[in-house]
Design a protein around this ligand. Sequence first.
Ligand code: 13P
Ligand code: SF4
Length: 298
Amino acid sequence: MNVNIKEKIIELKEKMNAIILAHNYQVPEVQEIADFVGDSLELARKAVNVDAKYIVFAGVDFMAETAAILNPDKTVLLPSRAAACEMAKYLTSEKIRKYRELYPDAAVVLYVNSTAEAKAEADITCTSANAVKVVKSLSAKTILFGPDANLASYVAENVPDKEIIPLPSEGHCYVHTSFDPEWIPKDGFIMVHPECPPEIRKIGNIIASTGGMIKFVKNSTETKFVVVTEKDMISRLKRDFPDREFIAAYENAICLGMKNITLEKILYSLENKKHRVVVEEKIAEKARKAILRMLEVS
Ligand code: 13P
Ligand code: SF4
């Protein structure tokens, strides 16, 4: 059944001049069919450089929106309307404007896990791979950073000469806050995503984005890794490094938004050119500046 779907996807993709970009948290069969699999930063970069008429995004809404903002002349398709990042909902553009009034000298740095409307209010965006670098590149001493308060605290730890104000203080990812320090296996090299709270990051041997974890394993002599992020990151790591051992820190750390993408939905998306992601140009123009500034810095 899956073989048939895979063949149809490949055939249609070529006929339509379409490319499939997938995030590292996608289920294995979706990662396997993708033209490129990566973290948020790698996917944003890839979206700028692809030579295709259609970009099918196997990820969540903000990633597809970022691709659409960067490619106004291409058609970006998100195979499921339910593929949403819960964190993005913590921050509205109104809230950012209100905080700008309270802190007129501050720079606004937005994690890409945010809506296009919120990005349009930002000075610059960042991902978990470049958040520290982006904040260090700014001359402002006060940084309004959102929507992830845990990533904000990670940046604050690494850029002590700036004041990092989380916007809002309750912004978080339900997947990365589901780990219990006592239940995390300790019999391996522990890699932790920076969206995890400080008490979990403290346990980590390294803190890295999903792409950073792959790079680390590639250059490491360690053989056994405990992976503290979304469960399917293990699928990517096992495929790339079959000779190493990877243990998921928690089998139920599952991003439901990501799991809404299936092979069946990708095929439907290609066949019906659905669901097209369109960002109003007035918003896209401002958000694009913040995203491109990030790509220049990192
Ligand atoms: P990465 O950029 O590290 O892949 O993270 C994206 C994300 O949404 C983590 O939850
Ligand atoms: Fe959003 Fe969390 Fe899913 Fe990442 S894992 S896409 S932050 S809900």
